[in-house]
Ligand binder design. Structure first.
Ligand SMILES: NC(=O)c1ccc[n+]([C@@H]2O[C@H](COP(=O)([O-])OP(=O)(O)OC[C@H]3O[C@@H](n4cnc5c(N)ncnc54)[C@H](O)[C@@H]3O)[C@@H](O)[C@H]2O)c1
Length: 414
């Protein structure tokens, strides 16, 4: 996913492809009444950094350059990669903060060693400072695109910044590597987004730090593939009050992500994230006769021959008038990283803008991009893609002093 994103930006800059799927690059936002015909491009409406301004830095437990990693991942044509080879080869990962207890099916040689987790966080901060100095960039954003960590519940060490910093110093085993990266970023005033489903910056300690430092946060688990389809379809069924008795989803995929998810503990993290969406869209407590008995099952199977070209099947058992049953089958031959790359781009640009706009803490308006949107405690997450898009665009309108759009439209008929 990371190299597909980086290669895509470099290729688009050279005119070798278009950033399809990116709201910041291709989306528009309607302003005012429909009669006003004002629909600027989002990138012309809000002050976003341009794709030409981006410089990339990364960490990985393997030392290969972005070019070598992209060739190995096999998502993009080698022919395309060869046209941007020099720039991709120059991007070499820094040594990672890694702990195999959190990613069972993976290990690599390119890792940091330090006496405590606190020292590891300091080493990451030093990496960021060196990156800033060497590249001359004025601002930085961090997006976690690393492997899914195993399922964890919040522990006492996550409950306050004081406990967390103490835990870094005593190397508390409940602190995951992704939390150390997030801590390093947030404490340097750098916005952080989590593209994976594991617990990371969504703990009270790091939310507190983000508020204190005025840093925007977003997460978690990029909404691509099967879950994207779910959050497109389920709002439609609910809008028409069609009932659902079952939704069975299965996938085969053969990339490293699939290999990591072959471990039941990593899969549990993903499963929680994937299962959550239907309940919150369908609201079975409000519609018990339509959704109260829904059987929802999600499987992911590691199947190496497919590489990144996943296949996701959905069997949806729906019922209509008088309870008559019907079935819908979906077979999505999807390319996960192709769907995820524009999300990484949009988040980097929107979070950078949010930082400059002094928006701090959880950015719920970026829920549009996530399977498990982080949100204020006490609220439920909004999963409906169309409500999420409206929220995102209304936030942009609000930032520029334009009226939000309610779609009421009655004044057109006065
Ligand atoms: N590809 C997608 O479309 C998609 C969609 C939603 C979510 N995600 C999530 O995004 C993450 C990345 O997916 P991917 O397809 O790029 O996987 P990938 O396996 O191709 O890449 C992950 C990389 O992270 C590295 N890594 C693991 N732990 C690390 C650490 N502690 N520090 C630095 N590097 C580390 C691995 O060595 C690997 O190179 C996964 O958690 C996945 O579940 C991916």
């Amino acid at each position: 996913m990371s190299t597909t994103f980086i290669a895509g930006v470099l290729a688009a800059r050279k005119g070798l492809g278009q950033p399809i799927g990116s709201l910041t690059q291709m989306g528009t936002v309607r302003l005012g009444k429909r009669t006003e015909n004002r629909s600027p491009m989002i990138k012309d409406f809000v002050p976003l950094a341009g794709m030409d301004d981006l410089v990339f830095g990364a960490w990985d437990i393997f030392p290969e350059s972005a070019y070598e990693a992209a060739v190995k991942a096999g998502v993009l044509d080698k022919n395309l990669l060869d046209q941007i080879r020099d720039e991709m080869d120059a991007i070499r990962p820094m040594k990672a903060v890694f702990d195999q207890r959190f990613v069972k099916n993976l290990d690599g040689p390119h890792k940091k060693e330090a006496p405590t987790l606190w020292d590891l966080a300091e080493a990451l901060k030093e990496d960021i400072r060196t990156f800033q100095k060497e590249t001359g960039v004025s601002r930085v954003v961090m997006v976690w695109c690393a492997s899914t960590e195993t399922f964890r519940k919040e522990a006492p060490v996550h409950q306050s910044l004081k406990a967390f910093e103490e835990g870094l110093k005593t190397s508390d085993p409940a602190i995951a590597p992704s939390m150390i990266y997030a801590y390093a970023a947030i404490s340097m005033g750098i916005p952080y987004a989590n593209g994976a489903p594991n617990l990371s910056a969504d703990i009270p300690a790091l939310e507190e730090l983000a508020k204190e430092r005025g840093v925007p946060l977003a997460g978690k688990d990029f909404k691509t593939g099967q879950t994207l389809m779910k959050t497109i379809l389920a709002p439609g069924f609910k809008a028409r009050l069609l009932g659902l008795s079952g939704w069975f989803s299965t996938n085969i995929l053969g990339n490293r992500d699939g290999e990591v998810l072959d471990d039941p503990e990593a899969f549990k993290t993903k499963e929680e994230s994937k299962l959550g969406v239907l309940d919150s869209i369908l609201q079975p407590h409000l519609y018990p006769s339509l959704y109260g008995e829904l059987y929802h099952k999600v499987r992911i199977n590691y199947y190496p021959p497919r590489g990144d070209n996943k296949e996701g099947w959905d069997n949806i058992d729906v019922f209509g008038w008088l309870g008559y049953p019907m079935q819908i089958k979906i077979d999505f031959l999807c390319r996960d990283s192709i769907l995820a790359a524009p999300i990484v781009l949009d988040l980097a640009l929107f979070l950078d803008m949010a930082g400059r706009a002094k928006m701090r803490g959880i950015q719920e308006w970026l829920s549009f991009y996530f399977k498990s949107p982080i949100h204020a405690r006490g609220l439920y997450a909004e999963h409906d893609l169309f409500i999420q898009l409206m929220k995102l665009k209304n936030t942009l309108r609000h930032l520029r002093g334009e009226d939000p759009i309610t779609h009421l439209g009655l004044d057109s008929y006065d």
